[in-house]
Write a protein that binds this ligand. Structure first.
Ligand code: DX5
Ligand code: ZN
Length: 217
């Protein structure tokens, strides 16, 4: 499993997004958290900002849609330049159709699970997806404490991916840091979102390198 790091710009300075993206040019992805104040109690950014950001950086954009009605909006984010789009299982009306649509547009399709949502009901959907995101905090805010009780779900998801012989990636998001990334990797995660652990560091590029090295151990 190749380790990938996806710094979350939620923890960056929104008035300097292009520079903040450039500060982590060694990362595999840039994680972009879209919140609508309905699916989660917070509001961030939308399609126009993603369009501008995708023009301003060569790092592929990893969109995390914490919004209602992703069936309607996810394709718009692919058009805006996203290379990967993650919708929430709890919000999608027709997840299989949506994943197929995202893939048909040429992007990677991913589905996220809130902490209280189990993976088992979605086992049959896994072949339709390029990545599964196990949230390790309640979505909505950066800087929250990592939920250790999610480790069994990460392990179980990795087992199901292996059982079906799939190539798909397993992402974790929320409270991922130097203190927690090894536990996530050991449980089977291979794509690591980190907001405050990267942009809260003195040197964000160095923080990305360190997280990658720790996850590879
Ligand atoms: C939370 C977002 C995360 C957030 C992570 O709802 O999905 O991507 O930016 O921030 P940290 O790494 O600080 O927990
Ligand atoms: Zn996120």
């Amino acid at each position: 499993m190749a380790v990938q790091i996806s710094p979350s710009i939620l923890a960056a300075d929104f008035s300097r997004l292009a520079e903040e993206a450039a500060a982590v040019s060694g990362a595999d992805w840039l994680h972009v958290d879209v919140m609508d104040n309905h699916f989660v109690p917070n509001l961030t950014l939308g399609v126009p900002v993603v369009e501008s950001l995708s023009r301003a950086t060569d790092t592929p954009l990893d969109l995390h849609l914490m919004i209602e009605d992703p069936d309607r909006w996810a394709p718009r984010y692919v058009e805006a330049g996203a290379a990967s789009v993650t919708f929430h299982a709890e919000a999608a009306g027709a997840p299989v159709r949506l994943a197929r649509e995202i893939r048909a547009q040429g992007a990677r399709a991913a589905m996220a699970l809130k902490p209280a949502t189990p993976i088992e009901p979605y086992e049959d959907l896994l072949p339709e997806l390029d990545m599964l995101l196990v949230m390790t905090v309640e979505p909505g805010f950066g800087g929250q404490a990592f939920l250790d009780i999610m480790l069994p779900k990460i392990r179980r998801t990795r087992e199901l991916i292996a059982k079906h012989g799939l190539e798909m990636w397993l992402q974790v998001d929320g409270g991922v840091s130097a203190d927690t990334i090894e536990r996530c990797a050991e449980a089977g995660a291979d794509v690591f979102v980190a907001g405050s652990a990267v942009y809260g560091a003195q040197d964000p590029a160095e923080a990305v390198r360190r997280l990658r090295a720790q996850a590879q151990q």
